[in-house]
Design a protein. Structure first.
Length: 81
């Protein structure tokens, strides 16, 4: 794959660092494949990926937050004023 080809030219510690950064970016992306393609240029040039943006609707972090919020919300039948 393109990602493995780009990462193969770095030492193992640098690869781990890039994978951690890339994982953070993928968690906030609703289109992970497109996110990887956009990050490939920076990875190939050895540039830092920077901070990930805010979570996009439908991304992994957004779904986790919604599930957590739903589990905290009282059910209609359980609600007693």
């Amino acid at each position: 794959s393109k990602l493995s080809d780009v990462l193969a030219k770095y030492d193992s510690e640098r690869r781990r660092e890039y994978m951690r950064d890339l994982e953070k970016h993928l968690e906030t992306s609703s289109r992970p494949s497109a996110m990887v393609m956009m990050c490939l240029k920076k990875l190939g040039e050895g540039l830092p990926l920077g901070r990930p943006g805010p979570p996009a609707p439908g991304c992994y972090l957004d779904r986790q937050r919604r599930e957590r919020d739903e589990s905290r919300r009282p059910r209609d039948g359980d609600y007693r004023p």
